[in-house]
Design a protein around this ligand. Structure first.
Ligand code: RB5
Length: 142
């Protein structure tokens, strides 16, 4: 899988470990920034990442801020982006299986690296189940 990843200043510390983990598991990762912890606005990075995911079919995104809330709110303003704020492996797995989520959001101030890794593993190991869920997902866009 090819992932785009972006954070704000409150997600930048955990980012190198996440990138390393993804690469170790054989994924391609493109880091869209930022590269330091100077204060930035999470919507700027959320929209930048969503554009990339929408441009390149089949790719997915990972957005990290303090809580993951701001990133998910901003990302979901983009048509055809289904950003899921996940706190554990179960929500990550269901976001893929039932919601066909294409952007994973979580909070660096909420989960530690261990939980973050289990979220990502659950996300990567699950696929969209389609069928009844496909109709519901279609209804998300107004
Ligand atoms: C930054 O302090 C914080 O507000 C941001 O990272 C995020 O948690 C917003 O939802």
């Amino acid at each position: 899988m090819k992932f785009f990843i972006a954070t704000d200043h409150a997600g930048v510390a955990i980012k190198p470990s996440i990138i390393k983990m993804l690469k170790t598991r054989g994924h391609e990762v493109v880091d869209l920034g930022p590269s330091n912890n100077e204060r930035v606005d999470y919507p700027d990075y959320a929209h930048k990442l969503c554009l990339k995911v929408l441009e390149e079919t089949g790719t997915q995104g990972i957005l990290i801020c303090g809580t993951g809330i701001g990133m998910s709110l901003a990302a979901n303003k983009n048509t055809n982006i289904r950003a899921a704020l996940c706190h554990d492996a179960y929500t990550a797995s269901m976001a893929r299986a039932h919601n066909d989520a294409n952007v994973l959001c979580f909070g660096e101030r909420v989960v530690g690296i261990g939980v973050a890794e289990s979220i990502i593993d659950a996300w990567c190991n699950e696929g969209f189940k389609g069928e009844i869920h496909a109709n519901r997902v279609k209804k998300i866009e107004l």
